[in-house]
Design a protein around this ligand. Sequence first.
Ligand SMILES: C[S@@+](CC[C@H](N)C(=O)[O-])C[C@H]1O[C@@H](n2cnc3c(N)ncnc32)[C@H](O)[C@@H]1O
Length: 288
Amino acid sequence: MALLREAVQQTHRTLEACHIPDARLEAEVMLMNVMRMQRHDLFSQQETVVSPQQEQALAGIMERRLKREPLAYILQYREFYGVNLLVNPDVLIPRPETECMVEHALFMALMGMETPDLVVADVGTGTGAIAVNLALHLPAARIYAMDNADPVLDVAAYNIRAHNVADRITLAKGDLLEPLPEPVDLILANLPYVPTDRIPDLQPEVRWEPAAALDGGPDGLDLIRRLLAQAPERLKEHGIILLELDPEQVPAVTELAGQLFPEAETSVEKDLAQRDRIFVINRGMGEY
Ligand SMILES: C[S@@+](CC[C@H](N)C(=O)[O-])C[C@H]1O[C@@H](n2cnc3c(N)ncnc32)[C@H](O)[C@@H]1O
């Protein structure tokens, strides 16, 4: 029987040899999971013995992971902006880039956007990652979380209940902004934006994720284009839109925003890798 320290090292080595990204982190998360430990225990209890049952559970996880199934699907959860979210293969695994969009929306709200009746739309909600975090941090906001697929909305509904924010999030099914029953102050959208012909080149893990959450058409902008066409009537006079996109798409979206929102200011926020990632269309909420 191995000690915890040895099990982490061995798992790390095996993952690394198979070119799995973030091998050390993944090894630690796997051991935390099978040992039912918090991260700090992993370091303070390095000499703990890993039982045969725990070794077997670890072997099961490794067998799947070495076939490049994402760890989040194997463990059925992903941490996003500090909260754990249920994930399954019906939904995109929330990404750190999207945490930047949440961060920016919260920054704008804290800088004065939050009114007693702030109304937000999270378009293409997936796990509900964006909606849940906004509801947790903006208790006065009312949020519509929308997607066009029932199995996706089931996952979002679970996460919304699990984080006790169901009283402030309304789930709705439909195409982009169509289900919205009222104009909103803020639209956040992480819609599929990968150009179709780039999908085969993505890392193997991405092939386990739903194509409907990734494929944005020939230039990746099919959904964003349609969303922006729907938005002028559904965004309040002083509202803001935040869109996640690929840095290469910034010029095309700048042009589109200029046509559809000639009165608005646009800007771009960077992700953690300092790449242009969040496109902001500000109809006049002031300076943020
Ligand atoms: C890239 S995923 C983002 C999920 C989640 N917002 C996140 O950031 O992790 C895009 C989501 O948009 C949804 N979607 C795709 N086309 C849609 C449409 N026409 N109307 C509404 N939602 C759509 C997909 O089902 C998927 O859940």
